[in-house]
Structure formats: structure tokens, C-alpha cells
Write a protein that binds this ligand. Structure first.
Ligand code: GAR
Length: 207
């Protein structure tokens, strides 16, 4: 059984997609053992509590130094006994000590087709604003492993979504979530839980 800890900051629709997929049996061999938010008002925490999943809030604001926050975050995932950390809209940079301790065991969902519209400053609605500003006709989402860079880790799954005339950032964001994020994030967890994902030469091979 893969023990998954999900890190969130906001609405938690990706967390919900994971919970629903575990309940529906489309994610197998997996238990969501904990949810951690940096934001005590995140609706994601409510979703965790409705699903009976233990959750806690760990915010950099509540610690005297970043080093203390880093240690608290690492302690929390260790205490949950995590095999896999899933970043589902988590907007805090993951400390290097956590990346080192969980090498190739942290995945992130990003709302673009990496390497487009990713890296520092590209998160949430900003990604979709930039895509519409550029006028691209195809967008999408990516699930990737987390390394020391921003959105630079090995790509696990991607799914494309078409831009439509008259899209606003909000409308496009919702379509990317529905058609891509909520599908490929649960799918990636199921693949990992069933030993089908290998990293070779910094690239993912799916068996
Ligand atoms: C999602 O669109 C996710 O891809 C994005 O934040 C949103 C969180 O929504 N993540 C990033 O931009 C990370 N760089 P949710 O809380 O409803 O899952």
C-alpha cells in the first residue's frame, strides 16, 4: 500500500480528484494518509476532514526561521510515514532537505505543458493568463517529479487541452483542470503505486 501525503494551499480540487479516484478504485494500492496545508483557510482542509483524512497546517509564517519551517515540514511527512508526497496546488517552494530525503518520491501537478509556461512566477491563474496573452492554441497539464529546480524534474504524464475563442483565464483554468489535471494526477499516482514508473537518465519510463 503506497502511503500518500498531499500538500495543498487552496481549493483542493486536485486533492478531491485523488480522494475520489481512491474511493472509485481507479487509484489502487494507495492510501491518502495525510494532508498538509500552508494556509489554514484552504478549502482543501475541509475536503480532507470530510474524507476522514488527518490534516495539519504548517506555514512558514508560524516559524521564526525558514530552517525551522523546513524541519517541521520534513518531520510532518516523516510522521505520516509517507512513501510519496503529492504537491496538489502547493505554493511554497519545497525545501532542499525534503527533496533530498524524498528523491523521486515527490510529484507535482503543473497547469501547463512543460517546458511552456513554467518556472518561477508561473502558478495558478498566472499560467493561463500567460498562455492567452501569447495566443497559444493548445495548453494542458504536466505531472512531474520534483527536483531542486522549479518545474524542472522528470516528466511523468502530460495531457493537452484546446484553447477556445473567447476563453478567459478562469474558463481556461477550469477546462485544463477538468480535462487534464484531474485525470493525469490520479493516473500518475496509480502508476507509481503499482511500480510502473522508473526514472532512467533523468527521464521517466512507464512500464
Ligand atoms: C491547480 O491548477 C494546479 O495545477 C496549480 O494550482 C491549482 C491548484 O488547484 N498548481 C500550480 O500552479 C503549481 N505551480 P486546486 O487547489 O483546486 O487543486
Amino acid at each position: 500500500m503506497l502511503k500518500v501525503v498531499v500538500l495543498v494551499s487552496g481549493g483542493g480540487t486536485n486533492l478531491q480528484a485523488i480522494i475520489d479516484a481512491v474511493n472509485a478504485g481507479t487509484i489502487t494500492n494507495t492510501e491518502v494518509v495525510g494532508v498538509i496545508s500552508n494556509n489554514k483557510n484552504a478549502y482543501a482542509l475541509e475536503r480532507a476532514s470530510k474524507a476522514g483524512i488527518p490534516s495539519l497546517c504548517i506555514s512558514p509564517k508560524d516559524f521564526a526561521s525558514r530552517a525551522e519551517f523546513n524541519q517541521a515540514l520534513l518531520d510532518a511527512v516523516n510522521d505520516f510515514g509517507a512513501d510519496l508526497i503529492v504537491l496538489a496546488g502547493f505554493l511554497v517552494v519545497i525545501p532542499e532537505m525534503v527533496i533530498e530525503a524524498y528523491r523521486n518520491r515527490i510529484i507535482n501537478i503543473h497547469p501547463s505543458l512543460i517546458p511552456a509556461f513554467c518556472g518561477t512566477g508561473f502558478y495558478g491563474l498566472k499560467v493561463h493568463e500567460a498562455a492567452l496573452e501569447k495566443g497559444v492554441k493548445v495548453v494542458g497539464a504536466t505531472v512531474h517529479f520534483v527536483d531542486e529546480g522549479t518545474d524542472t524534474g522528470a516528466i511523468i504524464l502530460q495531457k493537452a487541452v484546446e484553447v477556445q475563442q473567447g476563453d478567459t483565464p478562469e474558463v481556461l483554468q477550469r477546462r485544463v483542470m477538468e480535462q487534464a489535471e484531474w485525470k493525469i494526477l490520479p493516473r500518475a499516482i496509480d502508476l507509481i503505486a503499482n511500480g510502473k514508473v522508473k526514472v532512467i537518465d533523468n527521464k521517466v519510463v512507464i512500464k
